[in-house]
Design a protein around this ligand. Structure first.
Ligand code: PGA
Length: 251
């Protein structure tokens, strides 16, 4: 299964900054590995410009969230058909920042997964344990529970379209790294929690940098990365992608 690396810009980059990113990133494109699928998730305001810039390139466009309804009275939300019109291929769902700061629950995550699939957009479903869950020995049970809830009652065909992302909450944006072998083990718990995930990609995310990415991409159960801080600068992100490809050759 081909590796996928997604740059999650979070609430960073205006339209002008998005243009500057792509000016520099495209200048580095020849140096980027073919062995990795690459996607960028800008904020909603920059999606149309990113879509224009990415059209006809090998890079895919991702959104940072998606609503479950196609349209309606949901102030501040964006729907799957709206994203599909822009050529969005992936939508991140259930990121730990959404769960922690914006009230997302297992139930809303499940509904958003449905909204993405209905629009032909592949959900990237984030799950991860808190530090107290890990310390209590509950990490595997926690991610398995979140995974089953996010995919509840979906057909095997739909589950096959889902990409999972394992992001230990305590490792996101903190600089605290999850030991790569332990990340691999936790990802196996995610895969085994829902049989139809057997051939789905599972990404790792949480303080992945150019310096440590190969430690993750070399692990057998890791099929890519969800990258926050290290995706904002085009040179750093290109370094990370090249190093990820080096890790792949060590598998
Ligand atoms: P980080 O974020 O790489 O800045 O830790 C990862 C993510 O939240 O997807």
């Amino acid at each position: 299964m081909k590796h996928l690396v997604v740059g999650n810009w979070k609430m960073h980059h205006t339209i002008a900054q998005t243009d500057a990113f792509f000016d520099a990133f495209f200048a580095l494109a020849d140096s980027l590995p073919d062995s990795i699928d690459i996607a960028i998730a800008p904020p909603f305001t920059a999606l149309p410009q990113a879509a224009r810039r990415l059209r006809g390139t090998r890079f895919a466009l991702a959104a940072q969230n998606v609503h479950w309804a196609a349209q309606g009275a949901f102030t501040g939300e964006v729907s799957g058909p709206m994203l599909g019109e822009l050529g969005v291929s992936y939508a991140i769902v259930g990121h730990s920042e959404r769960r922690a700061y914006f009230g997302e629950t297992d139930e809303t995550v499940r509904k958003r997964v449905g909204g993405a699939l209905a629009a032909g957009i592949a959900p990237i479903v984030c799950v991860g344990e808190s530090l107290s869950e890990r310390d209590a020995g509950d990490a595997y049970a926690s991610v398995a529970r979140q995974t089953r809830a996010a995919l509840a009652d979906l057909s095997d065909d739909d589950i096959a379209k889902v990409t999972m992302a394992y992001e230990p909450i305590w490792a996101v944006g903190t600089g605290n790294n999850c030991d790569p072998t332990e990340a691999d083990n936790t990802m196996r718990a995610i895969r085994q929690s829902v049989p139809a995930l057997a051939s789905s990609r599972i990404l790792y995310g949480g303080s992945v940098k150019p310096e440590n990415v190969a430690d993750y991409s070399s692990q057998g159960d890791i099929n890519g990365g969800l990258i926050g801080g290290a995706s904002l600068d085009p040179h750093t992100f290109a370094d990370l992608l090249r190093n990820a490809a080096r890790g792949l050759t060590a598998r």
